[in-house]
Design a protein around this ligand. Structure first.
Ligand code: VGL
Length: 198
């Protein structure tokens, strides 16, 4: 289905395209950097239309219950201020893009962008509300964690969601996790698109 982007209602949300989630990183999504050139095209498109662009980042303290050493599920990754936490160098974020950060609370995993704040400390949902945004186009990493959590929370909060099917990648801790996440997002009401359709 062809999606007409309306800058008054639509926003692009790029989830966690950070070095640690890309090949060579501490928690690499297999082929994760494959999403970068595709997302750059979406960025270009949203930019041309003057539609808002958000980019989230995992931004953990060195000690957090999110990491295996402290009882969590994951090796250390995206520690605030490190190279691993930086956006992939080829991600062509526009200067207007709004960076939102999550995972700073050492007690919380914070997979969802709805647990993120912008540089002024404003919650993502508040920022979207102030912008009058009603529909989110979501891509990035990882399909089975932060993308899925963000999409499910967005639907729960009453946003329409379009998942960028050609610009997501899964960790696949268990084979098929990514496919199951796609089914779950669809069952919850998300729709899916690719570059050719926007
Ligand atoms: C993520 C696993 C652990 C993600 C973050 O960004 O999807 N996955 N932390």
């Amino acid at each position: 289905m062809r999606e007409i982007i309306d800058p008054a209602f639509d926003a692009l949300v790029i989830v966690d395209v950070q070095n640690d989630f890309c090949p060579g990183g501490a928690l690499a999504v297999p082929g994760g950097d494959r999403v970068v050139p595709v997302l750059n095209r979406y960025i270009q498109r949203f930019r041309e239309l003057k539609a808002p662009i958000y980019a989230s980042r995992d931004w953990h303290p060195p000690v957090t219950k999110h990491f295996q050493t402290y009882g969590g599920a994951w090796p250390p990754h995206c520690v605030e201020g490190t190279k691993g936490a930086a956006f992939h160098p080829a991600l062509a974020l526009s200067p207007e893009a709004i960076v939102i950060s999550k995972g700073m609370d050492p007690e919380q995993d914070a997979y969802s962008c709805f647990q993120a704040q912008d540089a002024e400390g404003r919650d993502f949902a508040v920022s979207l509300g102030e912008g009058g945004i009603q529909r989110l186009f979501v891509g990035g990493l990882a399909t089975d964690y932060c993308v899925k959590s963000t999409v499910l929370d967005a639907l729960h909060e009453g946003f329409q969601v379009v998942v960028l099917q050609d610009a997501i990648g899964a960790v696949d801790v268990q084979p098929g996790d990514g496919e199951r996440a796609i089914e779950e997002m669809g069952a919850a009401g998300a729709s899916f698109t690719t570059l050719e359709e926007v």
